[in-house]
Structure formats: structure tokens, C-alpha cells
Design a protein around this ligand. Structure first.
Ligand code: PMP
Length: 430
């Protein structure tokens, strides 16, 4: 990212695009009206659960409702006007996403799935189950999300392959010396998370990909927390496969993306079968259609693709380097403010270029779920739990953590609300 070109976001203008942020909750506080009657205060929502799901701006909602109002129809099959319009919009969405993540092969390298989890399972079923066997190794990191960790564990159990984990150091960064030890000529795949959804660590994914390629292994990068929050160029990274979700990047739920290098996707077998993905079917056998449709059987997420296209337009208009700078500023501020609160343990690296826009933490003596519940009493939405990284939490020595995660519409003032609520929790449990 070129730091000189970064512009401050017009956060107020952005917030106006997200009506959900105007919601207020009655959380029990009361004020006196002029006539003396007590009334509930509407407490404004402070939404800090963006790593789970981001909100959807008006242009995205509008694009999807325009689709349903004006050209809702099934794709690929129809001769009629509506089907042609829907097909073009659906195909264009692939091109737009390809451009957004630097996939020069265009739509053929972009498969629409349900979410990141399904994108990773697609590789597991289509490539993993047929290519892996005893003696092969899949190298993961200790900070993988269950979407990748559980998936490759299962594939390994079924195929007789082994799974290895690259260690993290005390600061929550990958131990790259250990990575060099783990990735060997026995490695068939390196599957690594780009930005950890628990630690916030931004991993050196180009370096990991290079290590994989040095040993003729493939790389799969989980970009669920990267594509929404920073510029990503899959070719600059050198990734063979790269996965992410629409609902974490101002887009709709129900759509995810798998980028794959065309040569690899061409060789791979589909993992789901049905209509819309075939070239020729006889009673005896079937041949597959073109990329990416070969991997998209059945009626695909058409409205969602239209919405994802609009989300990409929306984010690019803001500028991904600006999005990244805004989130970095907020997470640095949150890190500093949380560090000032006594008895708070923060996980992951200190603020810097290798930390993304989220902060996970624990308040000593208070279970993360209780903390999230107290936050909710202040209309502050955070996440509490293991964030689908149970083995990482085991390694950190805690059952759960609280996580505040930021997006383009969040402000420093909202972080102040979070920190004030934390002080309340501390007093309550003192
Ligand atoms: N990987 C990471 C790093 C994530 O943060 C998430 C979502 N928490 C996922 C994978 C799974 O995403 P989805 O639920 O959209 O499949």
C-alpha cells in the first residue's frame, strides 16, 4: 500500500449509507421529560462485530432490490429478455470480482460459492480427496479458522495424509523459521489464513506461497478477513487458491468466492454435480462445461452476485488503501485505550503494518460471554467465544475471548463507548 495516497474517510457520509447504524436500543437508562415522566433513553447501536459480518450499504440493497423488481430470472438457460439480463449481470459480477482481486484470467478464475467455508471445502473435495495420500503433508498455521483447520484435518483422516501446523510466537506472529522447517518436499498444500480473525495478525502470505512453490506444493489462502479490509492482489501474492466471503465486505450473505489459477481449475473435477455445469450428458457419462460454471451447478446466488458487484463498486469508490488506513487507525486506538484499562489481556501483535482491524482481549476474572452481555447492555455489539479458533485459544490458555472488530463506518468515539462499558464491567465484577 502506498501510504502517501491514503485519504481520511468521510465516515459521516459513509454512515449515512447504512441505515441500520441509526438503530437505537432501549437498555434501561431513563431520563426525566419536561413533565417529569421518566422515559427510556434510546441508546445508539455501536456495532463492533464486523469480523463476523459487516453491514450492507444502500447501493448494495438497492442493486439487489432492483434485480428482484426488474430482472429476476434464472441464468444461463433462458432465451427471454429477463434471463438474458440476469445472465449478463451474473457473469459481469464474476468479471468485477476478478478485477477487484487482480485475477487476470477473469471470470474463469472466479467461482461463486456460499461462503469462505464452502470455497475451502471445494478445494478439499475436488483436489484434496483425489490428490492426497499417505506420505503427503498439508501445512496449516496454528491460527487457522475452523473453516480450514477442520476441513483439512478431515481430508487428512480420509486420505492418510498428515497435517502440520506452523507455530505462532509469543506476539501472535507466525514463526517463519518453523514455517521453513514444516514446508518440505513432502508438502502438497500450504493453507494459511491471510489475516487472523482472532489475533488480527496479517501473515506474510507471499512468503508462505513462495515456500510452498519452492517445494512444488500448492497454496490456499483464507482471505475472509483480508479482502474486505485491505488491497489484495492474488497474483502479487502468487496464491494458487484464495477464498473469501461477500458478507464480510459490505456485500450480502449467501455468496462467497473461490479464486483459483485457471490451469489448476481446468484439471480439477467438480465437487458438486447437477445442471448448469455440463457440456454433454448421456445415459452413460457426462462432460463438464466451461470454467467457472463447471463448479457452479444448480441455480446460483444471482441476486447475491449482483449485490457483491455493488459492494465491490462501493469499496473501490472509497479505496481499499483508505479502508485499510482507517481500520488500522481504529485498531491502534482501540489497542492503546484497552491497554490503559487495568487487567486486560490483549492477544496478537502490537499495532503496526502486520495487524489488521480487530482486537481480541479478555478482562481478568470476567468470562468473555459475560463481558459481551454487559456490552450489550450498552448497545455495544462485540463477539465473544472461540471465534472458530479453538486450538488457538487452547494455545493462548483461554477458553474464550472478546473481540471488537472495525469497519469503514466505525469511529474513535465508538471505541470510547466500548472502553467505558469495560470499566463498568470491571466495577461490576470487582
Ligand atoms: N476464515 C476466517 C479467517 C474467518 O474469519 C471466517 C469467518 N469468521 C471464515 C473463514 C468463515 O467465513 P464464512 O462463515 O463466511 O464461511
Amino acid at each position: 500500500m502506498s501510504r502517501q495516497n491514503v485519504e481520511a474517510l468521510d465516515v459521516e457520509g459513509i454512515r449515512a449509507d447504512f441505515p441500520i447504524l441509526e438503530r437505537e436500543f432501549s437498555v434501561g437508562s431513563e431520563t426525566q421529560r419536561a413533565d417529569g415522566e421518566a422515559v427510556d433513553d434510546g441508546t445508539p447501536l455501536v456495532y463492533l462485530d464486523n469480523a463476523a459480518t459487516t453491514h450492507t450499504p444502500e447501493p448494495v440493497v438497492e442493486a439487489m432490490s432492483d434485480y428482484y423488481r426488474r430482472y429476476n430470472s434464472n441464468v444461463h438457460r433462458g432465451i427471454h429478455h429477463l434471463s438474458q439480463e440476469a445472465s449478463i449481470a451474473y457473469e459481469d459480477a464474476h468479471d468485477r470480482v476478478a478485477e477487484f482481486v487482480g485475477a487476470s484470467g477473469g471470470r474463469e478464475e472466479i467461482i461463486f460459492t456460499k461462503n469462505t467455508t464452502e470455497s475451502e471445502n471445494l478445494i478439499a473435495y475436488s483436489w484434496g480427496l483425489s490428490e492426497l495420500g499417505p506420505g503427503d503433508e498439508v501445512v496449516l498455521t496454528e491460527m487457522e479458522h475452523h473453516a480450514s483447520l477442520v476441513t483439512w484435518q478431515q481430508v487428512a483422516q480420509r486420505t492418510g495424509a498428515d497435517v502440520k501446523y506452523i507455530r505462532i510466537d509469543e506476539d501472535g506472529r507466525l514463526d517463519m523459521d518453523h514455517a521453513r522447517e514444516c514446508i518440505t518436499d513432502d508438502t502438497a498444500l500450504v493453507s494459511a489464513v491471510h489475516v487472523s480473525n482472532t489475533l488480527g495478525t496479517v501473515n506474510p502470505v507471499s512468503e508462505l506461497t513462495e515456500l510452498a512453490h519452492d517445494h512444488d506444493a500448492l497454496s490456499l489462502i483464507d482471505g475472509a478477513q483480508a479482502v474486505p479490509n485491505q488491497p489484495v492482489d492474488v497474483e502479487e501474492i502468487g496464491a494458487d487458491f484464495y477464498a473469501f466471503s461477500g458478507h464480510k465486505m459490505a456485500g450480502p450473505t449467501g455468496i462467497g468466492v473461490l479464486y483459483g489459477r485457471k490451469e489448476l481449475l481446468e484439471e480439477m473435477e467438480p465437487y458438486l454435480y447437477g445442471g448448469g455445469m455440463v457440456r454433454k450428458v448421456t445415459f452413460e457419462d457426462t462432460t463438464w462445461g466451461e470454467l467457472p460454471w463447471k463448479f457452479e451447478p444448480g441455480t446460483p446466488p444471482i441476486a447475491e452476485a449482483v449485490g457483491l458487484h455493488a459492494a465491490v463498486d462501493y469499496l473501490e469508490e472509497i479505496g481499499m488503501a483508505n479502508v485499510q488506513a482507517h481500520e488500522r487507525e481504529l485498531s491502534t486506538y482501540a489497542y492503546e485505550r484497552l491497554s490503559e484499562v487495568g487487567d486486560v489481556d490483549i492477544y496478537g501483535p502490537e499495532p503496526g503494518p502486520d495487524r489488521g482491524g480487530l482486537v481480541s482481549f479478555n478482562l481478568e476474572g470476567v468470562h468473555a460471554h459475560d463481558l459481551a452481555s454487559i456490552m450489550n447492555d450498552h448497545a455495544v455489539a462485540i463477539r465473544a467465544g472461540d471465534h472458530c479458533t479453538q486450538p488457538l485459544h487452547d494455545k493462548l490458555g483461554v477458553a474464550a475471548s472478546a473481540r471488537a472488530s472495525f469497519y469503514i463506518y466505525n469511529t474513535r468515539e465508538e471505541i470510547d463507548v466500548l472502553v467505558d462499558a469495560l470499566e463498568d464491567a470491571r466495577e461490576l465484577f470487582a
